[in-house]
Design a protein around this ligand. Structure first.
Ligand code: G3I
Ligand code: 9MR
Length: 556
């Protein structure tokens, strides 16, 4: 049953591990105690509410219900006199397993150039769209005469988001985050079955899904010079229609340094992973490494080519007005690509002209901030670089900074410690904070990082100021109207499942008024609200990492 009310008891709507931390936040803690009840109302646990030491962004004290010591598996509700009941939740082993699979399966639903039969897609089955086998090289890419009038074949890949375009820059961090999930938790990820067409072929399903995008990415490289097109796109965002209805021309546009380096990083990482599956993916690992090196070389020769859509539109026809993913600082992209190449080739020469520590910033990863992806790779592979101890110190320090004051916080999560965390796609920031904390846990074995990563998952699944579990189809109060063309056009009431929406963003760049401009409340479940309620592959990826890593680590 979908519930659209806003219950004042906020908790992870999926549930808790028997021996893990368990917290709910009560907004109006009139009652001083809370109870945990079975669905038949019998009380099995009671506890005292503790007021938060600092107020929420809305300026209110919250009340914390900690029932970590209650460990009996079952299905329950939490009740506070005067506040009513929570949504039902479970205490169980593997409690996030379905969600964790669902946020990976979401990528199957995002596949371009293929039909999704009901056998795999259930009621969200749909016809094939965007074959992308005849893609025009846009004049912005054809200043190089060799390419003028050229048509390339660039099928497969995942649709970026609510729109049907395919962008290399954010495909980079998305694909890499999923590859890292496999690299960091191979034993667990080998057990995860997704019911996709390739299932059972001897390759873990997570990697099968990644291959759909990786094979597309390979086609985005100009084989002659190694440069990489920034994106494959319609000239303008298309209408809200199913993929097969959009038949407007598709273009690859100008090559750029960010695209080349993100591509190089992903291909280098993929080469060392697919090397483990030579029978199933013959030649792929080698092709990826060759492609990575060529893209790196292109970037070394073209170190400062930003994708500037506005400038291009003054010069070339047709104008291209789809997503920009413009970035004009490539320091972090160079660090990331060099790090992946060093690990995959063993050649530290890639770091010759790279300053691994250009300043002391440790930005939580995002499509335009990829420095830490390089650090994660160097650390987990124990790279033979003199900066490694300092990188480790900085990573632990960044994790400590992220959770400083969390015990006083109104929602008890890293995400809700700073209003700065709330911009376009804030939910991906929450998920990437969780990933950072898990990297710190891997390095230190200190449980506080693991528990705070779990708290970020709790945030995303309902322990937050709006009361939404932000993943479609998982939880009781979930988004029903994401800015996602198939979900809005397929005639099915439920949106495509497993999609993490962007989340609270007081910026309102879409012009849709949110009910509140308080940072963590600035969210609306409205199809038009692309600045708060769109979905995209680079937001789902850290969610997939976080949920699956937490499942893999549940007994710790
Ligand atoms: O980098 C600045 C930072 O310095 C500043 O402090 C901060 C303050 O707001 O803004 C930062 O820039 C933001 C930028 O993302 C980088 O994070 C912009 O405000 C923000 O408007 C911008 O949003 C991007 C949005 O496109 C508009 O360009 C989102 O990150 C990005 O996820 C989104 O991507 C779209 C694609 O274009 C099209 N497909 C859907 C996808 C998701 O909505
Ligand atoms: O659907 C588009 C979405 O993917 C983008 O994130 C967003 C911002 O670039 O733009 C959306 O498209 C809208 C366009 O910008 C303006 N006209 C209405 C389009 C659909 O809402």
């Amino acid at each position: 049953i979908k519930d659209t009310s806003s219950r004042p008891i906020r908790l992870n709507q999926i549930g808790f591990y028997p021996n893990g931390p368990k917290r709910a936040i009560v907004l109006n803690g009139n009652g001083r105690s809370f109870t945990i009840r079975l669905l038949n109302n019998r009380t099995v646990f009671s506890g005292i509410l503790t007021p938060s030491a600092t107020p929420s962004f809305a300026g209110k004290t919250t009340y914390i219900a900690d029932f970590s010591s209650f460990s009996k598996p079952g299905e329950y509700i939490l009740t506070v006199t005067g506040s009513g009941n929570s949504y039902p939740f479970k205490i169980a082993g593997n409690v996030h397993q379905n969600l964790a699979k669902g946020v990976i399966k979401a990528y199957y639903f995002m596949r371009a150039s293929t039909a999704l039969p009901a056998k795999y897609a259930g009621k969200w089955s749909r016809a094939a769209g965007h074959p992308d086998d005849k893609v025009l090289v846009h004049p912005s890419a054809a200043s190089d005469k060799r390419l003028a009038g050229t048509i390339i074949s660039s099928p497969r890949g995942w649709y970026d988001a609510g729109d049907y375009n395919k962008y290399v820059v954010n495909s980079g961090i998305s694909t890499s985050t999923l590859l890292s999930l496999y690299e960091d938790y191979p034993a667990y990820m080998k057990t995860v079955k997704l019911n996709i067409p390739e299932s059972g072929n001897g390759v873990p399903d997570l990697l099968n899904e990644v291959l759909w995008n990786l094979r597309w990415m390979l086609t985005m490289q100009d084989p002659d010079d190694g440069g990489v097109y920034h994106k494959l796109t319609n000239a303008a965002f298309d209408k809200f229609e199913m993929p097969d209805k959009d038949t407007t021309p598709r273009y690859v546009v100008q090559k750029g340094t960010a695209a080349a380096l993100d591509f190089a990083a992903v291909m280098a990482q993929a080469s060392r992973i697919f090397k483990q599956f030579p029978q199933q993916t013959p030649g792929l690992a080698d092709s990826c490494l060759v492609a990575a090196k060529k893209a790196w070389q292109w970037a070394a020769n073209n170190p400062n080519v930003a994708y500037r859509q506005d400038q291009n539109n003054k010069k070339f026809i047709p104008a291209v007005t789809t997503g920009g993913y413009g970035d004009n600082n490539f320091t972090d992209e160079f660090i990331w690509a060099a790090s992946e190449l060093v690990i995959s080739t063993g050649d530290v020469g890639y770091l010759k002209n790279i300053n691994l520590l250009p300043d002391d910033k440790m930005p939580v990863p995002a499509w335009g901030q990829v420095r830490l992806l390089g650090y994660y790779t160097l650390l987990k592979n124990d790279a033979a670089v003199p900066e490694l101890p300092e990188i480790k110190r900085r990573l632990i320090n960044a994790a400590d900074e992220l959770i400083k004051g969390v015990d006083d916080n109104a929602y008890q999560t890293s995400m809700t410690l700073s209003a700065r965390h709330f911009g376009w796609g804030s939910n991906s920031d929450a998920a990437n904070q969780g990933v950072l904390l898990l990297q710190a846990y891997r390095l230190s074995h200190d449980k506080k990082y693991l528990y705070n990563a779990l708290a970020d998952l709790d945030y995303l699944l309902g322990r937050n100021a709006t009361g939404y579990s932000y993943v479609t189809g998982y939880g009781t109060k979930t988004p029903m109207h994401p800015h996602h063309r198939p979900s809005a056009s397929d005639g099915v009431t439920d949106p495509v499942p497993g999609l993490l929406v962007g989340g609270p963003n007081p910026g309102m760049q879409d012009g849709i008024k949110v009910p509140s401009k308080v940072p963590d409340e600035a969210y609306i479940d409205d199809t038009q609200a692309y600045a708060a309620n769109e979905v995209t592959i680079n937001w789902n990826a850290p969610m997939a990492y976080l949920a699956n890593a937490i499942e893999a680590l549940q007994s710790q």
